[in-house]
Design a protein around this ligand. Sequence first.
Ligand code: ATP
Ligand code: MG
Length: 653
Amino acid sequence: MTTTRPAIENVMREERIFPPPPEFAARAHIKSMEEYKRLYQESIEQPEAFWARMAEELHWFERWQQVLKWEEPHAQWFLGGKINACYNCVDRHADGPNAEKVAFRWEGEPGDRRDLTYRQLKTEVSRFANVLKSLGLQRGDRVAIYMPLVPELAIAMLACARLGLTHTVIFGGFSADAIRERVNDAKARAVITADGGWRRGQIVPLKANVDTALADGACPTVEKVVVYRRCENAIAWQEGRDIWWHEAVASVSDDCPAVPLDSEHPLYILYTSGSTGKPKGVLHTTAGYLLGVTITTKYVFDLHPEDIYWCTADVGWVTGHSYVVYGPLANAATVVMYEGAPQHPDFGRWWSIVERHRVTILYTAPTAIRTFIRQGEQWPAKYDLSSLRLLGTVGEPINPEAWMWYHRVIGGGRCPVVDTWWQTETGMIMITPLPGAIPQKPGSATLPFFGVSPKVVNREGQPLGPNEGGFLVIDRPWPAMLRTLYGDDERYRQQYWSQIPHVYFTGDGARYDEDGYFWLMGRIDDVVNVSGHRLGTAEIESTLVSHPAVAEAAVIGRPDEVTGEALVAFVTVKSGFTKSDALRKELAEYVAERIGRFARPQEIRFADALPKTRSGKIMRRLLRKVATNDPELGDTTTLEDFSVLARLHEEEE
Ligand code: ATP
Ligand code: MG
């Protein structure tokens, strides 16, 4: 029994429920709730037997001797095994029945296109691996990759994996400062980049950014820079350091066997999005990670051989690592890849890609969905989206109204929506519907994936009851979990294993309902305390977004003498609505009616856009500073567009 209020109060009511369509369930890998429950139970009661059976889906050079060695907070999976992620993603398809199957169906922003079969992918990867070898790079060395979204980005990653080099991909939208910081933190010996990449009809000067990052010996570990030619724009050249990709691959053989590696060999380092502070260098290793992403791709996206699969994430984020490259390729999928911006040449671009390539599975982020909502239904309405059979979302809580729009307008009311909760650190999807088995409720990530044991607890680590908001933790290791923060094991312990003893601390607030469904309530850092009510921002934002005029909303707390904190809501309106005092009042009342007077925003500010990370997440920590006129902004290297902040400041005046 709880006498005090829960850590985060539950204010959202959502009654709608969408069972899997019978036709979908009939041919799904997991066909019913009973089947899900049976497998889930097995995965929790006999985790080692379960994961060992799943691991049979991978190719091993040598079988493991021990499934799990757990010395909190360090896990080792499949000890004694020898495996190669690249071999699993490429060779076993290229040397088998899928050789002529398309691995990447790529489209450049200007409209150029390329299909790469698994056989061709193996040739390209082998050649580039030979180039890396010729540079003297050795197993365990780190290689930074800063490229546009072209197949060569995946080829570079896979070539690293083939040799046991540890890649660290830096999103192509990052500036020189962000590159320098990451390259130095990872102590990369080489950087792989391109002359440029296309974005909104402009060339992103990737090579020039690398030059700036490396200038004046600022990155002393870097010996070589390999440059892929994409835009043929003029670039500076440093003899002895810089190498053209196309020249280097021309003079090497296409035979380069994949190296058998220990299960725990470091596969990659990836820096988190930086929504809450300085990015963390998350380290993932080979076997457990590969297994986690392989089986989540298969079951969460219900992947079948004929699917045309499109995850719109940039490969610079974990979603791109797990669900553009490693997961889908390990399953021999055909993966659509699009280089550019969704509004180029107009907001119909994505839907024209779906139509032309007959995309069947689409996986994207709430920020993209809200952008399309704001632009209006006329864009998707122009295209034939009937090939779609499954939709997915990741990155932030999806507001129920955005879920409904996605389901109705993009999915034609017929496609299940998988709202997948996970993190850079978790490596794989953790809480999600299985689309043929688990009924969906808009705004809920629903139930845990096999082998995943999430709990909602209070500060003391005690489990909470249904609908009591608290801290989301994971109370047992899973194969794709991060192994440490690169070069900073102490921070790894502090950040994830010390806040509440003996569990992995996600940093997110959540509750589960009477059906055991998980509802993400926002980040713990963003919980607002108004007159003793601790409120998750996600739920108040979702209420605002359910108003017909609102496209996006971000809610933060500002110190207040009377109530402790007062709510300030930043709101963008849909095209066709006007920002007015009347609308301001209406929105405040709207929240008060649906949640309660205590949740009535003290101030509503209209904005043209909200500050977001380059991965599209709302940066509430910056909005807090705007609302309190704090000039100290903290780490802003991951902020996408500085002008947004400047405009927010102006709008106060
Ligand atoms: P940083 O850790 O540097 O602050 P970040 O947490 O944004 O950045 P990611 O690992 O990219 O970096 O994002 C993971 C977070 O995204 C989760 O902890 C959660 O807050 C949010 N998230 C992802 N998917 C969902 C989802 N389906 N529902 C709700 N929240 C989600
Ligand atoms: Mg995080």
